[in-house]
Ligand binder design. Sequence first.
Ligand code: NAG
Ligand code: NAG
Ligand code: NAG
Length: 255
Amino acid sequence: MQTIILLLFLVCFAGADDIPDGGADGILDGGCELLQRSIGVSAMHMQLLHTDHVIVFDRTDFGRSNLSLPRGICRHDPTERVLKVDCTAHSAEYDVVMNSFRPLMILTDTWCSSGAVAPNGTLIQTGGWSDGEQAIRLFTPCTDTRCDWSEDALGLSRRRWYASNQILPDGRVIVVGGGSQFNYELLSNGNSKNFFSLHFLQETSDPEENNLYPFVHLNVDGKLFIFANNRAILFDYENQTVVPAPIRPRLLQHR
Ligand SMILES: *[C@@H]1O[C@H](CO)[C@@H](O)[C@H](O)[C@H]1NC(C)=O
Ligand SMILES: *[C@@H]1O[C@H](CO)[C@@H](O)[C@H](O)[C@H]1NC(C)=O
Ligand SMILES: *[C@@H]1O[C@H](CO)[C@@H](O)[C@H](O)[C@H]1NC(C)=O
């Protein structure tokens, strides 16, 4: 987590003239500048939006962050493990151009949630842990400082912890799998109505949970390439069928 924060708040540049001795092969030619010593919130998750603002957020169940919520606001959550009343932020917005940041208020636990950006620029973040496992959280970007998360704690049809999201050509988002979930659901306009079984996720399930955060990519033929554990399929999500042509990726030798 610390590494990610440092990466974000260091600006690195290549080939700058004023940096001598860039290494024998030139690969290290460049430099870094520390922009912020800390923004107070760990970047467990990060998303760059079209406004050149980066949304950073962390799990909520680890106690205080180092960034206070504004105006004395606190979060009251009896389900929290560490702090039932928490006056610190677990999300922040970083403005790349201004090199400034401000606290955002996230209400539900985002630990191992997943997300996608809608065509209109809204970040849709789903699932997580505890009170966040069924949450749908929307962040609609703004150029002033008025926007914040809006959440529906029971928006998803199933609980999703370590699921994967992919934006579809029509703007919907497919949310696939997650712990003990051998199914997927489709979000339309940030809402989910139902879920559908995907047997492949059961077939690739094992005690080590090697099928969590399945790799989901939209293929050029409009099908979804889904890679979980040591197997992959092409999935036609519209007709709910696995494409019969076998794909044989080289098996990962993980034992
Ligand atoms: C908060 O500050 C403490 C003390 O400086 C530091 O150990 C900790 O890593 C900081 N946490 C975050 C999330 O910035
Ligand atoms: C942008 O997309 C999100 C997610 O699909 C939706 O909930 C929201 O209403 C849209 N916003 C506008 C202004 O259309
Ligand atoms: C679903 O089936 C129809 C009819 O065969 C086909 O035109 C369409 O491309 C299929 N959907 C996907 C996502 O492949």
